[in-house]
Design a protein around this ligand. Sequence first.
Ligand code: ZN
Length: 365
Amino acid sequence: MAQDINMYNLICIFKRRIFVAVILVIIAACFIFSFGFTGKAIADTAELDEYDGKIEHIFTHELIFDTAKAYSPNNSVRDCFDKDHLTAKEFKALLGELYKNDYVLVSLDSAINGDVKVPRGKKPLVMSFDDMTYDTFNRGCIDKIILSDGNICDYTKNAEPQVSRERENVTILESFIEQHPDFSCDGARATLCVNGYNGILGYRCTPDCKVSEEKQAAETEECKKLVAALKGLGYTFASHTYYHKYFNSCTANMIEKDCAMWQKYIEPIVGETLVLCYPAGEHKAKNAKNDIFKKYGFDIFLCVGNFAGTDYERAATDAKYLYRLPFDGTALRLYQKSYAHLADTRAIYDETRFRPFSYKGGYYK
Ligand SMILES: [Zn+2]
């Protein structure tokens, strides 16, 4: 009998051990499934890799949505529109090319901080949009960016529909990200480099706009709401200087006044920013005039060109100089080879421009 009880106990203990072992195996399997063998959660690491290679940074100006108006012989600025701008159709096609070539949008801040993580196999891209002043009325660009039912939209009184989401860089980008959420890494959007001499984003919010004080105040308040919505989506802001005067032709006094005007009228709308985007990229980093920008708190400088910076710029410890590639009519025609890793410029070229893709003249003036 005692032997039977002992046997019974042994069998029970054996069963219990098997039961415990099975539970342990299940727990271990769950652990490995959730966190991987390294103990790190798969959800956090498997999708994003640290990136320490070259980060591409491209920029555009406001887009041309109506090429018939923009490139009409009656438009005195059609050469500039041809050289310095993309059409809405080209910008859409550009996003498609970038996406196809495995680029994902990262924020300028993450690029500056050296804290760029992208999904495995993807390449980071910073994007900025310059000017967006909308002061070339009824020549094929929109009038302003607006909020409509909480959505970022483009508006013009000169076309139907007056409100859309397919005529300007920010609205086309938003529509694209809705269709391809993985194009934006960690919610990144573009940096908007705005001026002040004619207000920003189509809002006449500075004295130089020459509107009544009441209108200036009302436009300022409306613009603040738009800026808050853009920032909520992930857009950031940079100073493209208040007057948009080229560096070499500015005196120190002019730069001082420019910074003071920015600080007084635009900073209250877009908030403080460390980023200054040189008009036309023109600058001299080692120059007393540049120190004025630094005195006003700017220490990230956006330049233009396929260039890593001068020795002085690369060695600077009190400021960073970042070079960007323009996407415009000039670039589409002239940089087909050097831009091939980003986009096929021939394929995205809008044939409704008044000049053919083969036109190469007049761009080096
Ligand atoms: Zn500009």
